[in-house]
Design a protein around this ligand. Structure first.
Ligand code: ADP
Ligand code: MG
Length: 676
């Protein structure tokens, strides 16, 4: 067997198992060995029967007898009596009719499982049992637990990996030798072996450190190389026109916050340079990012360049189109909307305006850059509500424009600094921390289901004085499988009963783009009192008069999602209220408590990281190719070391080409993007 062999060559893997393994993205023997455990259960300590305590345990005992029988249809029980020097005990397996015959009476076994109270007595239920004379995989050691598929269990994966141990030595090293020495890291194959077959928790910790370092090093190196490449490209210099900026600001219905002023200034500095700007503006919801984007666009348009303003959804693109039209009107600039749902003739008209260069400001979804749109004068790309713009997209842009335009991205999901430096090292980052003056903090309150009707009654009182409300539900339609509220059911209930007589709209992802737009416009124009919606309103939607939000089945949402949703209110000068409804049997979670007590997106982002732990962090990193498996983003020392190592690697101009494995991995990482 070789590392590059198909996974079907692994002993015990048949064609149907192979298919299941493919679902776990395991194609080759190499992939299998690279499939790291999700967690561990420590069964390494062997206890005598007499001294058993509740929890995960391992005993070393002889099987005295074993027999199986059906207690009733579909319920089979295998009972065995086992004994060691200290005592004997009963061990039970459910629905494993093959068990009794497989156990060898009179032989010594390792038996590992949870020793727990069940049917009024302590026993070990459904344990793993392996002959002491065999090489134990599932017992008497720190047992790795793998993510399983529908039909392939963690135990099977452990067995398959066990069948390839001899190949572990052949796993190639990926890091330069000097780096291993300098930071006292073990060889890669040793670390991977320890991850699958840890002999002690110390060994496991060392392996994790090595692999975590590697992960951080690769990520940072990839982003630094992207940064270097970006700075070697030349771009269009866009001069700063002070009079224009002043005129624009004078026409605004509000004064800019200091943060807005500062960030706009940074952007103007960037655009005057010969290297393309690649800046990310992190601003909490409602901090006023749109106007910052528009001020950047202004300078580019004034110089005769085109600006592409991209939003993640059509709903948002349409909203931006309207906001931009208002903001740019005094300057005689008209935005052009280009989205998938436009009629063919409207699309053609837009294409022509763009291709001829007559359209200066183009608003749309990401389809804008994938589309066959000719944008020869593209000077600036603005990406709203995204973390970054991948290398691939940047290449597409270059091909389109013939040069690299300036790129400005906005996100309302702030990430902690250590994380930003690791993941977004290629970006310059600006923060919008300050909220516009006059904003009152949103009052947030958890409401138990008992008080639900009362809540909607008091909502009616608020609506009758002209306030507007969002009601958010996790589902579109009622589901028998999921015990959560749906927009359809809640809409009917409010319409027929709880808010009878009020004007209620319904918004969800299954409506067509025009329908969604019409409903949004009705809500903006205050022709609707309440908008019952799914998370389609999660990002960007801006209706300042709406100042109340009710979130049904609140515990179905993640922390940053709740914060985003809540960000739809509190955008005007009215005091805003957000009510989080708990389903009947639900207790307030830590997440809900956090959202109740804080309005600060930056703080909540850190908390989210803490609650969800390393590994699976934000949704944004879970899709796409970026899957952080090991690195502890809270391990600041390790991240700092990895950063220093990258700096040295780049400064000494070490050639990636001499590290084949590393260079392949870096190439993949450099292309990672959160855009889709
Ligand atoms: P976000 O940062 O969430 O994208 P928006 O750009 O949509 O926020 O702005 C939220 C609301 O605040 C908008 O209605 C906008 O007009 C308003 N706004 C933006 N800047 C200011 C400011 N400096 N003072 C008062 N209101 C502002
Ligand atoms: Mg926004």
């Amino acid at each position: 067997m070789k590392l590059s062999d198909s996974i079907e060559f692994v002993p015990g893997v048949g064609p149907s198992t192979a298919k299941q393994l493919h679902l776990l993205k395991l194609q080759t023997v190499f992939d299998l060995l690279d499939y790291l455990p999700r967690k561990y259960e420590d069964y390494s300590e062997i206890t005598s029967i007499k001294q058993l305590r509740p929890g995960p345990v391992t005993i070393r005992a002889v099987i005295k007898h074993a027999k199986g029988h059906y207690v009733r249809r579909g319920m089979h029980i295998t009972e065995a009596v086992v004994s060691d020097d200290s005592d004997s005990m009963r061990v039970v397996w459910f629905n494993q009719p093959y068990r009794a015959a497989a156990l060898k009476i009179g032989q010594e076994y390792y038996i590992s499982g949870k020793y727990e109270l069940s049917n009024q007595r302590f026993q070990i239920m459904n344990p793993s049992a392996e002959l002491v004379k065999d090489f134990p995989l599932n017992t008497a050691r720190i047992v790795p637990i793998y993510k399983q598929s529908k039909t392939v269990t963690s135990n099977q994966i452990r067995k398959f990996i066990g069948a390839c141990v001899q190949l572990l030595d052949e796993l190639p090293e990926t890091l330069p030798t000097w780096l291993l020495t300098k930071y006292r890291l073990q060889a890669r194959n040793e670390a991977i072996r320890a991850m699958h077959f840890p002999e002690s928790s110390e060994q496991l910790a060392a392996a994790r450190r090595r692999l975590g370092f590697e992960e951080a090093f690769e990520l940072i190196l990839a982003s630094q190389l992207n940064k270097l490449e970006n700075s070697s490209e030349s771009s269009l210099q866009i001069p700063f026109d002070e009079r224009l900026a002043k005129e624009f600001v004078a026409n605004l219905p509000f004064t800019l916050t200091d943060d807005q002023r500062k960030v706009v200034w940074q952007i103007y500095q960037d655009m005057q340079k010969t290297q393309p700007m690649n800046r990310l503006v992190e601003g909490d919801v409602g901090s006023g990012k749109t106007v910052v984007a528009v001020m950047a666009a202004l300078m580019a348009i004034k110089e005769g360049y085109q600006v592409a303003f991209m939003a993640p959804t059509e709903l948002l693109a349409r909203q931006h189109d309207k906001t931009l039209a208002t903001l740019l009107k005094p300057l005689g600039v008209e935005p052009h909307l280009l989205v998938g749902s436009l009629s063919a003739s409207k699309k053609r008209a837009a294409h022509e305006l763009i291709a001829s260069g007559k359209a200066g400001m183009i608003v749309g979804t990401h389809a804008l850059i994938q589309d066959k749109v000719d944008m020869h004068k593209l000077g600036l790309v603005i990406v709203d509500e995204q973390h970054r713009f991948g290398v691939q997209q940047r290449k597409t842009l270059m091909a389109k424009a013939g040069h690299m335009p300036h790129v400005l991205s906005f996100t309302a999901t702030p990430i902690p600094r250590s994380l930003a430096l690791t993941l977004y090292g290629e970006l310059d980052i600006s923060l919008l921390k300050e909220k516009p003056a006059g904003r009152q903090p949103i009052h947030t309150e958890l409401v138990p289901v008992l008080k639900r009707e009362k809540l909607y009654k008091s909502l009616a009182t608020e609506l009758s004085v002209g306030r507007q409300a969002f009601v958010v539900c996790p589902l579109i339609a009622e589901s028998t499988a999921l015990d959560k509220s749906s927009v359809e059911a809640v809409y009917a209930e409010l319409h027929d009963k709880l808010l009878k007589g009020y004007r209620i709209g319904l918004l969800h992802g299954r409506l067509s783009a025009e329908e969604k737009d019409a409903i949004m416009q009705a809500f903006v124009a205050q022709k609707l009192d309440v908008l019952v919606a799914t998370t389609v309103i999660e990002v960007g939607v801006d209706v300042p008069n709406a100042s109340i939000m009710v979130i049904e089945s609140a515990d179905s949402f993640g922390l940053s999602q709740l914060h985003q949703l809540r960000g739809r209110i509190g955008r005007g000068s009215d005091a805003a209220q957000c009510y989080l409804l708990l389903d009947a049997d639900k207790q307030p979670t830590r997440r809900l408590r956090a959202i109740e007590s804080s309005n600060d997106g930056f703080r909540l982002a850190e908390l989210d990281l803490e609650i969800r732990g390393p590994g699976a962090i934000y949704g944004a990193f879970q899709h796409g190719e970026l899957d952080l498996r090991i690195v502890q983003l809270s391990d600041t020392q390790l991240l700092a070391d990895a950063r220093a190592a990258v700096t040295r690697f780049i400064e000494t101009r070490e050639d990636l080409v001499q590290y084949k494995e590393l260079s392949e991995r870096i190439t993949k990482l450099r292309a990672v993007t959160n855009l889709n």
